[in-house]
Design a binder for this molecule. Sequence first.
Ligand code: PGA
Length: 239
Amino acid sequence: MRLIKVSDEEELSRMAAEYVFSKIKRSERIVLGLATGRTPLGMYRHLSKYSKEYKQSYSHVHTVNLDEYVGSRAYHDYMQQNFFDHIGIHKNQTHLPDGNAVDLEKECKRYEEVVKQLGGIDLQVLGIGENGHIGFNEPGTDFSSRTHVVELTESTLRANAKYFTHEKQPRKAITMGIGTILESKEILLLAAGEKKARALRELFQGTINSDIPATLLNHHPNVIVLADEGARSLLEEES
Ligand code: PGA
C-alpha cells in the first residue's frame, strides 16, 4: 500500500483528479469504479473542469459505482449532478445498483454480472467510513463477499443523515462486496479530515480484520492512499 501525503482536502481533490484523468487519457478503454460521499466531490469537480478544458471524450470510459440506498436514487442523482452531466458520458456506459429493484437479491446478482461483463474494474476509487467501511461494507463483512444488501450501522446513518433532507433516510443499501472490490486491478483510496484518522490508523497500523473492513485492502497488491493531514493525524510516524 502506497501512502501519498497531501496537506488538505483541496490538494487531495486535485491530485486524485489528475491521477484519474491521466488514466482516462492514456487508456484505449477503461472501467472506473466510482464512489459517492463528501470526499470525492472535489475530485469530480476538477475532473469535470479538465474534461471541458481538454475536450476529453468519454466514449471509451465505463463506470460502475460502489453502492446505492435501497428504495432511493440518491447516489444516481449525486453522480448525475456532480459528474456525469458535466462530461458527456453516454448513459448506458454508467452503472449503479438499482435500489428500487423489486427483487433485491436478483439485482445484486445482476450487478455482479455487469462488472464481470465489463471485464472487471481497472481503477476503483474508494472513500473510507469513520468506522472503516469501504463501499457500504460495514464492520464484520466477509473478505470474499460479493454485491449484497446491507443493514447500515448507526455510525454510517449518522454520518450520512445530512444528505437526506428531502426524503427519509433508508436504513439499507446495496453495495459491491469486498471480494468484488478487491478484484479491481488498482485502488485509489481518498481520506480527508480528522474524522477518518482512526480508520486510517487501523488501515496502516492495525491488524487485518473484517471488523475494520478497510484493513482487508492490505491483501491487495496495488493500492494508493491519498490522505490529508487531518486523516493522518493518528499515524505513528506523524506524531
Ligand atoms: P464521506 O464518506 O466521503 O462522505 O466521508 C466516505 C465513506 O463513507 O465511504
